[in-house]
Design a protein around this ligand. Structure first.
Ligand code: ADP
Ligand code: MG
Length: 228
């Protein structure tokens, strides 16, 4: 994949994605074919084989559904949206996943200011970040989702108490298919970056001083926009 990324530096993002997609899907397909051949030959451990095969199909499934999201021309349905209400929706959506790991999602918002955005896309961004936060934590604790306004900006921070971002991970984040998880797709942050740059929002990530990491989104405030 490294080689591929270097060679494809001059390709557009779509070209890069298509190229790495071939690799990512070929592995589970090769393995599926192997298991099918074993079953055809009358293999013994059918149950085990079926389980692995289902996992491989699920891997392909999640890659393709996330890619669909990337390749869809972003139909922008923008309106003025309060960040707090999007944060509440996302916290509710991920509540049970957090509960299972004894993690509390805490919302802290000191602003009603709206941002001009596509609500479902920004919710997708928050889902990606909070999901990553949950996945990064292997002990009970808190995820804080915080919104703040100053001057003409609105800042949303997702702060976790997880494993943090190692140095080599930090500069590869957002590369297609870069993942440290056995069942990860490595597409979440890529999608996140794409959506945010379409919204003229800044995106930062850094390690906290004590533990865990912080992902920060900085939106221009909607009131400042002359087109509305
Ligand atoms: P995936 O979650 O499928 O691995 P992402 O693009 O969402 O793909 O994330 C890529 C990688 O970035 C993760 O595999 C993980 O190594 C790292 N990462 C993302 N968010 C966090 C976080 N909050 N804490 C620690 N590492 C993270
Ligand atoms: Mg993710």
């Amino acid at each position: 994949l490294d080689d591929l990324m270097i060679r494809s530096e001059k390709m557009n993002v779509a070209g890069q994605l298509a190229a790495s997609l071939v690799h990512e899907i070929r592995n589970p397909l090769t393995s599926l074919k192997g298991f099918l051949q074993l079953l055809q030959a009358g293999a013994q451990h059918k149950e085990e084989y079926f389980n692995v095969m289902i996992e491989e199909v699920e891997k392909i499934e999640s890659i393709t559904s996330e890619l669909l999201f990337i390749s869809k021309p972003l139909t922008d349905n923008r309106s003025k949206e309060e960040v707090t209400s999007m944060m509440q929706d996302v916290a509710m959506l991920l509540q049970s996943q957090a509960n299972q790991k004894n993690i509390q999602i805490q919302l802290q918002s000191s602003t009603n200011a709206p941002v001009l955005c596509d609500r479902s896309q920004i919710k997708q961004v928050l889902i990606n970040l909070v999901k990553n936060a949950i996945e990064a934590m292997d002990q009970p604790g808190q995820i804080i989702v915080k919104a703040k306004e100053n001057d003409d900006k609105i800042k949303i921070s997702v702060i976790d108490e997880g494993c943090g971002l190692p140095e080599e991970v930090l500069h590869r984040l957002g590369e297609p298919f870069f993942t440290t998880k056995s069942s990860g797709t490595g597409l979440g942050l890529l999608i996140t970056k794409k959506i945010l740059s379409n919204h003229d929002a800044d995106f930062h990530m850094y390690n906290n001083e004590d533990k865990g990491s912080t992902f920060e989104i900085i939106f221009p405030k909607a009131d400042g926009d002359p087109d509305i």
